[in-house]
Write a protein that binds this ligand. Structure first.
Ligand SMILES: *[C@@H]1O[C@H](CO)[C@@H](O)[C@H](O)[C@H]1NC(C)=O
Ligand SMILES: *[C@@H]1O[C@H](CO)[C@@H](O)[C@H](O)[C@H]1NC(C)=O
Length: 305
C-alpha cells in the first residue's frame, strides 16, 4: 500500500515540475507589463514594496475575504522549562516570515520573563550532558499583553508541571481563552488545554507516543486517535512536534489565505502535509482506534500544486 501511494505522489510531483516550468516561461510573453503572478514567481519572500490596500470589510475568520494586511495579529507563545524546541520554532518560523506581509507581534510568555531552557526540571537530567537550547520569555503570565492567538507547545516539562502541581499554564489559558480569537496547541501542549477545561466536549489530538498520558488528563475531551491536527471551533490541536508545522500551515492558510503563505513555505523548502487525517504515527504507536489507512501521504512542494 505504501509503495503504491509513493508512485502516486511521484506522478503528482513530476507533473507539478512540468507545469511549473511552463508557468515560469509565460511571463516573458508580456515583459513590458509584469502581472502579479510574474512578480509572485520571483524567488524572494521579502515583502513587496507597494502592496494594494485591501478593500471592503476585514474578517480574520473568513478566508474568502482579502488578507487583513493592515490588522496586526497579536500572537502569544507559552514557554516553560522543558519545552520542545520544534513545537515552538516550527510555527514561529512561518509566523516570522509571514509577518513581513501580514503584520504580527510576538509575546513569549512564561512564569517569569527571561531565559527559559528546553531542559526540564527533572531529576532524570541531573548530571547529564544534554544539549538544551534556551529562548527568552518577553513576559510573565501576570503581565502578558492582550492577545489574539495563543499557542501552547508541548515537551517533557509538561509532565514535570503535572508532578509538581504547577497549574500556571492552565490558569493562564483559562483566564485568557474567552478573549482570544484562536487557541492552539502542539504535541503534549494539549495537556494544558485539557486541564484548563477548554477542550471539554471538543475534538482534539496530541502526540501519539504520549497518547495515554495526555488523554487521561482530559476525560471529557473527544480525543481523535488518527489526526495530524484537529480544528474544533476556534481551538486547533496538533499531533507530535513536527505536526505543529503542518497545523500552523493550515491555520495561517485559514486566517490569511495562501497568497504569501505558500511562498513562505516554498522558501522554507518545506512541503506541508495538507491532509489532517494523515497519521501513520497513530498506527506506529498503536493508539486505540487508529485508522490503519493513515490518510494521504502526498506531501510535495506547494509551488508544484
Ligand atoms: C501534588 O498534589 C498531590 C495531591 O494533592 C500531592 O499528593 C503531592 O504531594 C503534590 N506534589 C507536590 C510536588 O507538591
Ligand atoms: C480512515 O482514513 C481514510 C483515509 O483518510 C478514510 O477514507 C476513512 O473514512 C477512515 N476510516 C474511518 C473509520 O475513519
Amino acid at each position: 500500500m505504501w509503495s503504491s501511494k509513493w508512485q502516486t505522489c511521484r506522478q503528482l510531483f513530476v507533473t507539478g515540475i512540468m507545469m511549473a516550468s511552463l508557468a515560469a516561461a509565460a511571463p516573458q510573453i508580456s515583459m513590458s507589463a509584469p502581472t502579479n503572478s510574474a512578480v509572485a514567481s520571483q524567488v524572494s519572500t521579502r515583502p513587496a514594496t507597494a502592496s494594494a490596500a485591501p478593500t471592503g470589510a476585514i474578517d480574520m475568520v473568513n478566508p474568502s475575504q482579502p488578507p487583513p494586511k493592515d490588522k496586526v495579529m497579536r500572537f502569544g507563545m507559552v514557554l516553560f522549562p522543558g519545552y520542545e524546541p520544534l513545537d515552538v520554532m516550527g510555527p514561529l518560523q512561518i509566523l516570522f516570515r509571514l509577518s513581513m506581509s501580514h503584520p504580527a507581534t510576538l509575546s513569549v510568555i512564561a512564569s517569569k520573563a527571561g531565559p527559559i531552557s528546553a531542559l526540564p526540571n527533572d531529576p532524570y537530567v541531573v548530571g547529564k550532558a544534554i544539549a538544551a537550547p534556551q529562548m527568552v520569555a518577553t513576559h510573565s503570565f501576570a503581565d502578558a499583553p492582550d492577545l489574539d492567538v495563543l499557542l501552547v507547545p508541548g515537551g517533557w516539562g509538561i509532565f514535570n508541571n503535572l508532578e509538581n502541581n504547577d497549574t500556571s499554564i492552565e490558569d493562564f489559558v483559562k483566564a485568557r481563552y474567552p478573549k482570544l480569537q484562536y487557541l492552539l496547541s502542539v504535541c503534549t501542549g494539549a495537556t494544558s488545554l485539557a486541564r484548563a477545561g477548554v477542550l471539554d466536549g471538543k475534538k482534539a489530538t496530541t502526540n501519539k507516543m504520549a497518547w495515554k498520558e495526555v488523554t487521561e488528563q482530559g476525560p471529557a475531551v473527544n480525543w481523535v486517535a488518527s489526526a495530524r491536527w484537529v480544528e474544533d471551533g476556534n481551538i486547533w490541536t496538533s499531533s507530535g512536534v513536527a505536526a505543529g508545522i503542518d497545523m500552523a500551515y493550515a491555520f495561517f492558510k485559514k486566517v490569511f489565505g495562501t497568497e504569501k503563505l505558500n511562498r513562505v513555505m516554498d522558501a522554507m523548502e518545506y512541503a506541508p502535509h495538507t491532509d489532517p487525517s494523515y497519521d501513520p504515527f497513530a498506527v506506529l504507536f498503536k493508539v486505540p482506534g487508529a485508522n490503519e489507512t493513515a490518510g494521504d501521504n502526498c506531501a510535495i512542494p506547494l509551488g508544484m500544486l
